[in-house]
Design a protein around this ligand. Structure first.
Ligand code: PLP
Length: 387
């Protein structure tokens, strides 16, 4: 049975052509540790990291190359931005659609105050809901660019303009949008943009970046300190960027893979986005005709990513997911998707939903076969078993 992979919001699969070879190439042919040696493999790896920083800054409209910092993914990036910036007494505004990668770090910071701007039942956010929560001690607004549950895109440009006007730091969790939609840190008026390599960027797991404005990065405390290969005469973490945030040996195979993914994505992003949106439209049309399927979020293509959550409300979502996998080879994700507040907003807490997320390498056949499988699954007596 062939697998139809529709869990690209969790991690994209397959990866961009060339990624695996670039990662293996580092291990077999390079092997040097940047900043740790003056010999060719070390300087070659250092140059690759610099090239990746420059290319990411160009791709994400960020002017300060030295304030582009590598991380292990979006979670590590968000931890850095939130815990490195916020202190007791600070107030922060988020949306009600945030992932736990935002909420859990915030809940760990002692003495801060967090307000959630309520989103509509389709996950959309009105900028006035954010404005209404801003108070004199508000130091940051942190927003997901798009919901990882239902794909609804949030108005980050408008919120960025509001933050700029009020002198508040603005952080954007672009875990779901990076690689799917054009993003410019400058145009969004963002101070920090958090991106993983392994989702829409089509790169490997275990690597990502935080793109920051230099002034914001200077205010941020590093979470991890240690050897940087620079200022080795000092036992204090250097303040120089990006070293301040990059202690320890970096994920070099991952960074080589990330650069290779960017090589593929840059010239292809526009047509890949058009293709995934077209498939999303097909799936939405088919789901609209499917008995028992209640699509969450936006029902049309405008203002959404190709991430579709469905509550098979009169059936058992877990059994639907299980049958899709075991009998039809279709990989989707059931549950709360690490975003309990988003599910509360959408009205699907605690039962959760089934998420179908389309990626760059899905085809019209994948969508057709999924809809055919769903026709059979929703009438399978086993999905009624625990209702
Ligand atoms: C909106 C959102 N933020 C953050 C994350 C965490 O990303 P990572 O797996 O790269 O740590 C995810 C992952 O699913 C996400 O969807």
């Amino acid at each position: 049975m062939r697998m139809i992979y529709l869990d690209n919001a969790a991690t994209s699969f397959p990866k961009a052509p060339g990624v695996a070879q670039a990662m293996a190439g580092y291990i077999t042919d390079v092997g040097g540790n940047p900043g740790r040696g003056g010999y060719t493999p070390s300087t070659q790896a250092e140059m690759t990291m610099l090239t990746l920083r420059e290319r990411l800054c160009a791709f994400f409209g960020s002017p300060d190359t030295d304030a582009c910092v590598f991380t292990s993914g979006a979670t590590a990036g968000l931890n850095l931005v939130l815990k490195g910036f916020l202190n007791a007494g600070d107030h922060v505004v988020v949306s009600s659609m945030e992932h736990n990668a935002v909420m859990r770090p915030l809940n760990q910071i002692p003495g801060i105050f967090v307000d959630k701007a309520p989103c509509a039942p389709d996950g959309s956010l009105n900028v006035s809901a954010v404005a209404a929560l801003i108070r004199p001690e508000t130091r940051m607004v942190c927003l997901t660019h798009a919901s990882n549950v239902c794909g609804t895109i949030l108005p980050v440009a408008e919120v960025g303009a509001l933050c700029r006007e009020r002198g508040i730091a603005f952080a954007v969790d672009a875990a779901q949008t990076a690689g799917h939609v054009p993003i410019s840190l400058t145009k969004l008026n963002a101070d920090a943009l958090v991106v993983p390599a392994h989702k829409g960027m089509l790169g490997p797991q275990g690597v990502g970046a935080v793109l920051m404005r230099r002034n914001f990065a200077r205010c941020l405390e590093p979470l991890i300190t240690g050897g940087t290969g620079s200022h080795s005469d000092s036992e204090t973490q250097p303040s120089e960027l990006p070293d301040k945030f990059e202690a320890g040996t970096q994920n070099l195979p991952g960074l080589y893979g990330f650069l290779s993914a960017l090589d593929y994505l840059e010239p292809n992003m526009t047509h890949l986005a058009a293709q995934t949106q077209a498939l999303c439209g097909e799936l939405l049309n088919g789901l609209a005709r499917l008995p028992h399927a209640h699509v969450l979020g936006k029902l049309k293509l405008l203002g959404r990513l190709p991430v579709i959550a469905v509550d098979f409300s009169s059936l058992d979502n877990a059994i639907v997911t299980d049958l899709l996998s075991s009998e039809y080879g279709i990989a989707v994700r059931c549950g709360l998707h690490c975003a309990p507040s988003a599910h509360r907003t959408l009205g699907t807490f605690p039962q959760g939903a089934v998420r179908f997320s389309i990626g760059a390498f899905n085809t019209a056949d994948d969508v057709r076969e999924t809809l055919t499988a769903l026709d059979a699954v929703v009438t399978d007596r086993r999905v009624f078993a625990f209702i």
